[in-house]
Design a protein around this ligand. Structure first.
Ligand code: ADP
Ligand code: MG
Length: 477
């Protein structure tokens, strides 16, 4: 029998609010353990939670971006369970009435096909604390700084059918929440993490198989590997006459396998009930319309505009639209006079290269968009060659000023004067009689060598096109 996989993802998006979901404690990452947990986060007796209005605005913005319904009234519920990092004994979440429901995200698969992934719901909830196992011998430390941090849990329908589509969806969502400015997307710090539900069924069957849920995957690579491992495990299990049990599993990246963690609890195990300390969350049409005004151009629309209006290659358009600040930088370079394709190539090449080398974000780089535009114009009007432009770029990166200043100061102007270039050509021909003979007898490869020699002699400044033409004339005419 042949099997096909079904995958549904639940992604926890940490909202980048300054304070927590229900308290005024700070959400900043990396503080001294337990320095950012107040009485509300600990659920001490007599305290009352207050809904963070900014988190609600972010949820609305997200709902609008995925074309979802924003519930005029949603309700917070208590999800009861015991765990040392959850001192209240319950997590405040949303259950029956989430703030966002029935949206979708269109994604491009590996073969360039567009598919629509339905998003069942997105609900607001609070994060739990963290158990620290490393520093305490024979004991576990509890850090409650993360307790109460606002999360938007985004749940898909079981619409995905392979690991690579799951990753494509996850990437698209990651890009989207960063565009919206509602999440920093930092996966190492846990700001964006994924639970993957995986099942397999006989090809063509209309009933879904029993699923396993793989918890807390915090990288795209792990999501892909864990899903593929899990599909294989389930198929092998079924083929050898076994049965998949519904359970929660953990992925171990070191051994590249998933392992059973616990049998899966059902919703009823959590004894959800509406939180009596919180009023229902009412959202007005006015509020929704106000958020609609703030909706930026979305990544996919921008990607398509880059491809179709600016004429960029599809892959380049995707790469440049992925980060909003990078996309803005590209557009600013173009507005300052840069040719779209050259600007794209320069950003993907030199700019990204230098950013990687120096560990900089685009907002921090010394070569501002109008400086790059100036450099591009110096290339396109023939002041310098593309090769010299790299030297100028490096100098700009080192803070030596603007492109045209550097070109003048360093004497980098391209030599376009036929007489001057001819002198270089003659010199190289005279110095390389053997190669000239080879070229004449049809060894075309030697041409590159000679051109290289001439360019070297001119310190890279001779117009390469003219060098080529003049050299050919001298030898063949
Ligand atoms: P829970 O909250 O208990 O994990 P849900 O019913 O909310 O359960 O489903 C969680 C995720 O599991 C959703 O993304 C859903 O699409 C996915 N899912 C449900 N059934 C299956 C299945 N048989 N195979 C794969 N994924 C599934
Ligand atoms: Mg789940």
């Amino acid at each position: 029998m042949q099997y096909e996989p079904t995958i549904g993802l639940e992604i926890h998006v940490q909202l980048s609010t300054a304070s927590k979901m229900f308290s005024g404690a700070a959400t900043a990452y990396g503080g001294t353990p337990n320095s950012q947990a107040c009485a509300v986060d600990l659920g001490l007796p007599g305290v009352l939670p207050v809904i963070n209005a900014e988190a609600v605005r972010m949820a609305i913005l997200f709902g609008l971006a995925i074309d979802a319904e924003i519930a005029p009234r949603s309700v917070f519920a208590r999800k009861n369970y015991f765990y040392p990092d959850l001192p209240k004994g319950y997590q405040i979440s949303q259950f029956e009435l989430p703030v966002v429901a029935r949206g979708h995200l269109d994604i491009a698969t590996e073969d360039g096909e567009t598919i629509r992934i339905r998003i069942t719901r997105a609900h607001l909830e609070e994060d739990a604390g963290k158990s620290l196992h490393e520093d305490f011998h024979g004991m576990t430390g509890i850090d409650l700084n993360r307790a109460g941090t606002p999360l938007l849990e985004v749940v898909t329908e079981p619409d995905l059918t392979c690991a690579s589509d799951a990753v494509a969806y996850m990437r698209a969502l990651h890009t989207l929440v960063r565009y919206l400015g509602i999440c920093d997307g930092n996966m190492q710090e846990g700001s964006f993490r994924c639970d993957a539900n995986v099942s397999v069924k006989p090809i063509g069957s209309t009933t879904l198989g029993t699923r396993a849920e793989i918890k807390n995957l915090n990288s795209f690579r792990f999501v892909e590997r864990a899903i593929n491992y899990e599909i294989e495990r389930q198929v092998e299990l079924l083929e050898s006459g076994g049965k998949v049990v519904q359970e929660t599993r953990l992925y171990d990246p070191d051994r590249d396998e998933t392992r059973s963690m616990r049998s899966k609890e059902d919703a009823q195990d959590y004894r959800y009930f509406p939180d009596p300390d919180l009023l229902p969350l009412d959202i007005s049409k006015v509020q929704i319309d106000a958020m609609r005004e703030l909706l930026p151009e979305l990544p996919r629309a921008r990607e398509q505009r880059f491809e179709h209006t600016l004429g960029l290659h599809h892959a380049d358009a995707v790469n440049l639209a992925r980060d909003r600040a990078v996309a803005d930088y590209l557009e600013a370079t173009i507005s300052a006079g840069g040719d779209p394709r050259s600007a794209a190539n320069w950003i993907l090449g030199e700019v990204f290269g230098a950013m990687n080398k120096d560990g900089m974000a685009i907002s921090e780089i010394p070569v501002k968009s109008e400086m790059l535009a100036e450099l591009l114009s110096a290339v396109s009007d023939g002041t310098i060659s593309g090769k010299i432009a790299k030297e100028v770029f490096e100098a700009m990166w080192q803070g030596e000023g603007r492109a045209r200043e550097i070109i003048e100061r360093r004497g980098l102007r391209q030599v376009n004067d036929t007489g001057a270039i001819m002198a270089f050509v003659d010199q190289v021909i005279a110095a390389n009689p053997e190669q000239v003979e080879q070229l004449k007898s049809g060894k075309d490869k030697v041409l590159g060598f000679l051109v290289g020699q001439i360019m070297k002699l001119s310190k890279g400044k001779a117009n390469p096109q003219q060098v080529n033409e003049l050299l050919r004339q001298c030898i063949f005419d």
